[in-house]
Write a protein of this length. Structure first.
Length: 200
């Protein structure tokens, strides 16, 4: 997949601000319920295309192309935050484990780089190590727990541990409303994390 640098609207080229941090900011803007649709569209256009984008006569088309760029060339009008659709990773909440995972797998921290194209960042994110290959980065260990099908767990103690772990991880790393979790549930989840090598 080529890394796009421009989009064209009515035969005018608009340079995209392609650094991955800008794409993550657009993701955050898109999820902010306190911003109206029009303001949200303008904010995303400005982040991606600057003043020139705000002066575009066909802002609807520019916004559509901006969303397509953020969605890695897909025509979806939504932001895909992780290849797995069972939950939506919150990039802001997950920054720490993303950094650790990139360091573990690729020996670099994307947040320390001056520039990294959104597509390159996302490609590396999608290809982080999984448990299928033995060792596994922390991000995919978290994702593995979140995706575990508790209906298939027969041992009731383990089932409860996974349920509590999923609740805590969703609260800590995913896009959703905060949940009320008891101290007992937190302790149970922490005990489970410790057993699989995650310290929280």
């Amino acid at each position: 997949m080529n890394n796009p640098e421009y989009v064209k609207v009515d035969n005018i080229l608009y340079k995209i601000n392609t650094d991955f941090r800008i794409a993550l900011e657009c993701d955050e803007i898109a999820r902010n319920k306190n911003i109206g649709d029009y303001e949200r569209a303008l904010a995303i256009i400005y982040k991606l295309f600057g003043e020139k984008g705000l002066n575009c006569e066909n802002q609807n088309k520019l916004f559509e192309l901006g969303l397509k760029y953020i969605s890695l060339g897909n025509d979806k009008k939504s932001f895909k935050s992780h290849p797995d659709d069972k939950f939506k990773l919150d990039f802001t909440k997950s920054k720490g484990i993303i950094r650790s995972s990139f360091k573990f797998d690729y020996n670099y921290d994307p947040y320390e780089l001056e520039y990294l194209h959104w597509y390159d960042f996302y490609n590396d994110l999608e290809n982080l190590s999984t448990s299928e290959f033995g060792t596994c980065c922390i991000l995919n260990r978290v994702i593995s727990i979140l995706n575990e099908d508790v209906s298939k767990i027969k041992d009731s103690k383990r089932k409860n541990e996974i349920i509590e772990a999923q609740k805590l991880l969703k609260q800590k790393y995913c896009m959703q409303e905060e949940q009320n979790i008891t101290e007992e549930q937190k302790a149970s989840a922490k005990e489970f994390y410790k057993s699989i090598g995650i310290n929280i």
